[in-house]
Ligand binder design. Structure first.
Ligand code: SF4
Ligand code: SF4
Length: 335
């Protein structure tokens, strides 16, 4: 669904931010922390980083926190009391400054959490999330969104996509009803426009591989020396999964104290040696090679086989941040 194009200038953009913040919404945007730029809570427009390609972390934390309470319980004389957090109100969140790959990642995430099993914690957060993305005017050698059905001006997953035009103003493409409501409530800040000038303003991200070909090849490459070869330097640190906007594996931890306790879910990573370790001591993925294979197969074969959506949006974060210099693009193009 696309519900219209508008233009908005820089001072009005700042006003739009203030208007949304004044309504009590929790604002997340790219913000400097030391030398890095991270999605963080921000209160003022001036706190937002001015010049960034991508944040070091992904935006998934706004819908899938790194750890959260699933429920808590307490034994009383009358029985067991369960406290279910999905009964609490969820705050309205605005994700400001996501890139098209960040926004596109909510599609496979939603497929994971809202398809076979409806995960109410995710559903409620996603429902309250407004995604205001900005097209990419630049890219680097780690970007490969165009190889996984994305692009620097892709609108999938965003409510509004802004593109800074060569005139200095922004094109605002309204993608969803939520985005339309923002324009209606702030109509004095927007002017009707066409999408003219968008393409010239976008970064040029050359396609590096064909997703369908990779998916087909992976059917035959389960046993292959490539997996050990490409993962030899892997430290099993889990960084690649923690910063990936699509990775959504989690572990369940129970913290019990006497007659009460809490069940938590915490991010997990297929790079960890404990990942899928059985109680018997057997691990079906006993080394980094088989764990790396799982990572690639999950993203480029199992997820597209099941739902026609790849588990990778080509943001390149995992390759930029891997302390061992492992580059996912290097493995996929080698295939
Ligand atoms: S970030 Fe690199 S070293 Fe760490 S688990 Fe991932 S591939 Fe291995
Ligand atoms: S696997 Fe790497 S490139 Fe793909 S979405 Fe995750 S972090 Fe980005």
């Amino acid at each position: 669904m696309q519900t219209g194009n508008y233009s908005i200038n820089e001072p009005s953009m700042s006003k739009l931010f203030d208007n949304l913040a004044e309504k009590g919404k929790t604002m997340y945007a790219p913000k400097n922390r030391g030398e890095r730029i991270l999605f963080q809570k921000v209160e003022k427009f001036g706190e937002i980083a001015g010049d960034y390609l991508l944040t070091a972390n992904s935006a998934k934390e706004v819908v899938f926190p790194r750890y959260e309470k699933v429920f808590s319980y307490k034994k009383t004389q009358d029985g067991i009391l369960i406290n279910d957090p999905t009964g609490n109100p969820f705050s309205e969140v605005v994700l400001w400054g996501s890139r098209p790959c960040d926004a596109a990642a909510f599609i496979p995430m939603t497929n994971t959490f809202e398809k076979d099993y409806i995960d109410n914690l995710y559903v409620k957060r996603r429902k309250n999330l407004l995604v205001l993305s900005f097209s990419c005017n630049t890219c680097d050698e780690f970007c490969f969104c165009t190889s996984v059905n994305g692009g620097p001006g892709n609108t999938a997953g965003s409510d509004i996509l802004f593109t800074r035009l060569q005139t200095g103003d922004f094109l605002a493409e309204i993608i969803t009803e939520k985005g339309k409501k923002v324009v209606e409530e702030n109509s004095s800040l927007f002017e009707a426009s066409t999408a003219e000038g968008k393409e010239q303003s976008l970064a040029k991200v050359e396609p590096r591989f064909n997703q369908d070909e990779i998916q087909a090849k992976l059917q035959e490459l389960f046993e292959n020396p490539l997996w050990a070869e490409k993962s030899r330097a892997c430290l099993g640190c889990g960084t690649c999964a923690y910063i990936c906007p699509v990775c959504s594996c989690f572990d369940i931890q129970d913290e019990a104290h006497g007659s009460q306790g809490t069940r938590l879910r915490c991010w997990d990573s297929c790079g960890f040696s404990l990942f899928t370790l059985h109680t018997s001591g057997h691990n079906p993925r006993p080394d980094q090679g088989t764990r790396w294979r799982q990572r690639i197969l999950h993203k480029f074969r199992y997820m597209p086989d099941k739902s026609k959506i790849a588990g990778c949006v080509g943001c390149g974060r995992c390759s930029r941040s891997c302390p061992a210099g492992i580059n996912i693009l290097d493995t996929v193009t080698a295939l």
